[in-house]
Design a protein around this ligand. Structure first.
Ligand code: IFM
Length: 447
């Protein structure tokens, strides 16, 4: 089983980057080593009922110890680039001073990645906020944005030498809305006003950090990573069309519009003013400074019907469609549509697909993992990206999520997204059929 792209696709030329991605809390483990401080996810995992199976990040993929082996794995997959994140609680103490033990871990990792010829994409924040900052209000506290700027300053001063691309945040929607509005992720708070205020402070933090990163890392590109699902209306009815508009507004436009145009969606003023955050003078200029790239994470789409209380509610697709093991509809056409629509709506900077992948119920049988659904998923979505590029969207790279199975947040270890299977008892890694297919595609490129 293989993954193919049209032979003339510009994605098969040397300028287009293919990679794999991970995030600190999902793979590192070693949560109590080398002065690492607790993060909100350690606390959330320790709170009964929050994470499936009461799983936690204490060991995860033990990447903190197995990083050299994991770099071999990355090389083995034949990719050009690796996207990882830095754990804030590992590198900075409560007083804002550097924790050299934690920084050393990343120094050796990044050095080796560069020595192996990989392009390195680093995300500064992939959800592991130090718990001591949450104790002071976390992302509801405007001060946290300034602490993030200090953290970005420290990390880019120390590590810029080995990093090609910096992203300030991964998926502000998840950090703010799942964490502070819906209570599904750490820190587990749930009020509409909370989510939007947290989002505003995260976007502010992004903007405050931009000039600092540019100063410390003049040779790198700097951007941010958003996640988006394409929204559809459940029917032609006007109320369902409205529900779809609100879903897109609250999940997608609420994040991209301030970054690109310096304002939150104006429709909220009349329809749902309680979703508008408190903004101080100058904030929107800080948030909307130019970025070098926009990262886009895409997995699925949603279908929406009107709901008098919530404005919209998710309903299943009425058509027979295929779902992944996490219950997400497989909809590559939605990916192309989303990219083309955004490109028409905004004057976008160059884009990278910074995450895309599928959770499958993988089993290792006779040493092999035949994850055919994931192979098909990757092929469909890579072709969707190809299609968007053909339609004029400037996309420069694609990262499969994920290098290996890992801690899937509130789902614990029950969902597997890796191109590589991880046996959590032995920490053995085995490349799945999808990993082999991805490598074969990459090897088929002309030099
Ligand atoms: O595992 C996550 C990742 O941390 C962020 N984007 C979505 C992935 C799958 O849910």
């Amino acid at each position: 089983m293989s993954i193919t792209l049209p032979t003339q696709s510009t994605m098969l030329t040397s300028d287009f980057i293919f990679g794999v991605a991970t995030a600190s809390f999902q793979i590192e483990g070693a949560t109590q080593i080398d002065n690492r401080l607790p993060s909100i996810w350690d606390t959330f995992c320790a709170t009964p009922g929050k994470v499936k199976g009461a799983d936690n990040g204490d060991i995860a993929c033990d990447h903190y110890h197995l990083w050299e082996q994991d770099i071999h794995l990355i090389k083995d997959l034949g990719v050009d680039a690796y996207r990882l994140s830095i754990a804030w609680p590992r590198v900075m103490d409560k007083n804002g001073e550097a924790n050299q033990a934690g920084l050393n871990f990343y120094r050796q990792l990044l050095k080796k990645l560069k020595a192996e010829g990989l392009t390195v994409f680093v995300t500064l924040y992939h959800w592991d906020l130090p718990q001591h900052l949450e104790d002071k209000g976390g992302w509801l506290n405007r001060e946290t944005a300034y602490r993030f700027k200090d953290y970005a300053d420290l990390v880019t001063q120390e590590l810029a030498e080995w990093v090609d691309s910096w992203a300030t945040f991964n998926e502000p929607f998840c950090a703010a809305i799942l964490g502070y509005e819906l209570g599904i992720h750490a820190p587990g708070l749930s009020k509409p006003e909370y989510g939007r205020q947290a989002a505003h402070h995260i976007l502010l933090a992004h903007g405050l950090a931009l000039p600092v990163i540019r100063k410390n890392a003049p040779a790198s590109q700097v951007g941010i990573v958003l996640n988006m699902n394409r929204s559809y209306a459940a029917s032609e009815k006007a109320e369902d069309q409205f529900a779809c508009l609100m879903r897109d507004t609250l999940d997608n436009q609420f994040f991209i519009e301030p970054l690109m145009t310096g304002q939150y969606p104006q429709i909220l003023k009349t329809v749902a003013p309680h979703y508008l955050p408190m903004i101080l003078p100058g904030d929107m200029d800080i948030i909307s400074q130019p970025i070098d790239f926009l990262g886009m994470n895409f997995y699925t789409c949603n279908h929406n019907a009107y709901d008098a209380d919530q404005l919209f509610k998710s309903v299943p697709n009425a058509a027979p469609v295929e779902y992944t093991d996490i219950g997400w509809e497989i909809a590559p056409h939605a990916f192309t549509e989303l990219l083309i629509t955004l490109n028409k709506q905004y004057s976008l900077p160059p884009m990278y697909i910074t995450e895309n992948g599928a959770a499958c119920a993988d089993h290792i049988i006779d040493g092999e993992i035949n994850d055919d659904q994931r192979v098909r998923y990757l092929e469909g979505h890579l072709n969707a990206v190809h299609q968007a590029i053909e339609e004029g969207v400037d996309i420069r790279g694609y990262f499969a999520w994920s290098l290996m199975d890992n801690f899937e947040w509130a789902e614990g270890y029950s969902k597997r997204f890796g191109l590589t299977y991880v046996d959590y008892q032995t920490q053995e890694r085995t490349i799945k059929r999808s990993g082999h297919a991805y490598r074969a595609l990459l090897n088929s490129r002309k030099p």
